[in-house]
Design a protein around this ligand. Structure first.
Ligand code: FAD
Ligand code: EGO
Length: 468
């Protein structure tokens, strides 16, 4: 495995998750000798894959990245388009609001299936090797020597010209960064956890409308459901750990669901609910921000290793996939010179990594604080209306983030600017309306009538004059 004599450079990709597997394709396509190391066994051979969320919302940024390695068509064909969000109110009423114009939709994809497809794609390059059951323990910034552990207790070493850390939110690659001076790092656990529940098909059909992202906004309790190819839905309930602790018996769980998500109870099934709710404890969610993303010309981090975000924007994987494009573009521009590409990658990508971490956290705070179904519908209708009024001036933030490759930090800047414009327009029109009303009343003093309405009533109300 030790390679330094030949001219082809060796790139070690640490982590064979979504971003690692995709990145292996990107580097292999460039002709590097790619060696991928994954801590777990090969999920394509594993009987049971347990772990994080079953399905994910895939949008424009991820699709663009997949297109670069010729995988877009295949992945899209195995995903389910979600053209709109479907908001479920407390009373069981449903209302939908489209994500955009026709053809603008997000896709629900199976995480395990996507991961398998990407690993298989990486493997088709003759210059790629993949080794499973290799957990990175540590690496040396001086020599680039990596130490791996096998599940049988053995240790192995390997060396590479470039180490690409795609080993997720609890990255082992990042440990060496933490020991460096001037490496900035923050990690935040939010008070919410999540559980996943499966909603079975009913007589071979989807239990709810399939082409929607179903959302039950209940302020601090939030539930979403994404469709799967087998006609089931995967529901994800987000709830404070404090509340999880209060639900200890199956009856507690039933009562809780009856109270907040009653329309979902018969669809999930009371028995399944009682059972599945306690299958796993509430899963934690962490947000990680750091700077820089590279070390010398030796190592770079991408995906959750560099920027783990809370899942309230549906952008974690999308951002990680976009990392791969950004790096690839810099490789092209700077002629694959690692000593130039790596610092430039940090300079370009850190502001965007921070921006998406902040945006996701902002959505979390916003939604838990005051988003019930009425407010959700109102906000999204207002967004669409303002976009309709000023199509080039006001583009909803969700649209910029989800359906364009506008740099995340630019989207935030633009959003702030748009809000100022909207406030100005509101202020001016409010002032205009008030002025208009007064001049009207001055010209039409009490006693006259306008379109059959006596102005006296209006005047009296404005002046708060009460008749005996
Ligand atoms: P991971 O997927 O975590 O992969 C890391 C890989 O590295 C794993 O295979 C792991 O086994 C391996 N590894 C770890 N340590 C080592 C080691 N020491 N040595 C070797 N290998 C190692 N994103 C979206 O875009 N849309 C969504 O709708 C969405 N929904 C989500 C819902 C939930 C509940 C959660 C928790 C996340 C969601 N995300 C979503 C985010 C998304 O899951 C992540 O951003 C994405 O998985 C990041 O990919 P990654 O490859 O960087 O990390
Ligand atoms: C007012 C109204 C303020 C993830 C609505 C903010 C996120 C936020 C977790 C949805 C869609 C993909 C998601 C919208 C808002 C995924 C998403 C949204 C959730 C939860 C999610 C939307 C998986 C925020 N996208 N989104 O506009 O439909 O609006 F509800 Cl809990």
């Amino acid at each position: 495995m030790e390679d330094s004599s030949s001219s082809t450079k060796v790139v070690a990709v640490v982590g064979g998750g979504l971003v690692g597997a995709l990145n292996a394709c990107f580097f292999a396509k460039r002709g590097f000798d790619v060696e991928l190391f994954e801590a777990r066994e090969d999920i394509r051979k594993a009987k049971m894959v347990k772990g994080r969320s079953i399905n994910l919302a895939l949008s424009h940024r991820a699709r663009q990245a997949l297109q670069h390695v010729g995988m877009e068509g295949k992945v899209v064909s195995e995903g389910i388009p979600m053209h709109a969000r479907m908001i479920h109110s407390l009373s069981g009423k449903r209302a939908s609001i489209p994500y955009g114009k026709k053809g603008q939709y997000i896709l629900s994809v199976d995480r395990a299936n996507l991961n398998k497809q990407l690993l298989t794609a990486a493997e088709t390059y003759p210059n790629t090797t993949m080794t499973f059951d290799r957990k990175l323990l540590d690496w040396s910034p001086e020599t680039g020597r990596m130490t791996f552990a096998r599940s049988d207790g053995g240790e192995e070493h390997s060396r590479a010209d470039l180490i690409v850390g795609c080993d997720g939110a609890f990255s082992a690659v990042r440990k060496q960064f933490l020991r460096r001076s001037r490496f900035t790092y923050s990690q935040t656990y939010i008070p919410h956890g999540y559980v996943e529940l499966s909603m079975p098909a009913v007589r071979g059909e989807f239990a709810m409308e399939p082409n929607f992202l179903h959302i039950w906004p209940r302020n601090t309790f939030m539930m979403i459901a994404l469709p799967n190819m087998d006609k089931t839905f995967t529901c994800t309930l987000f709830m404070p750990f404090e509340e999880f602790d209060k639900i200890t018996t199956e009856d507690d769980a039933m009562q809780f669901f009856q109270k907040y998500f009653s329309d979902a109870v018969p669809l999930i099934g009371a028995d399944a609910l009682r059972r599945d709710f306690f299958l796993l404890p509430g899963q934690p969610m962490v947000s990680v921000k750091c700077s820089q993303y590279h070390m010398g010309d030796k190592c770079v981090m991408m995906g959750d290793a560099a920027h783990a975000v809370v899942p309230f924007y549906g952008q974690g994987m999308n951002a990680g996939f976009e990392d791969c494009i950004v790096f690839d573009e810099l490789m092209e521009q700077l002629h694959e010179d690692f000593s130039a590409v790596l610092p430039e990658y940090t300079a370009v990508r850190v502001p965007d990594g921070h921006a998406i971490a902040d945006l996701a956290m902002y959505n979390y705070v916003e939604m838990r604080a005051h988003v019930n179904s009425r407010w959700f519908l109102f906000r999204k209708r207002l967004d669409n209306f303002l976009h309709f009024l000023m199509p080039t001036t006001v583009i909803p933030l969700y649209t910029m983030v989800t359906f364009t490759r506008t740099r995340y930090h630019r989207a935030v800047e633009r959003w702030r600017w748009q809000n100022k414009v909207i406030n100005c327009v509101l202020l001016v029109s409010a002032a205009g309306a008030a002025l208009g009303a007064f001049s009207f009343l001055l010209r039409n003093p009490p006693g006259t009538s306008w379109l059959g309405l006596p102005t006296e009533n209006v005047w009296n109300r404005l002046m708060a004059i009460r008749k005996p």
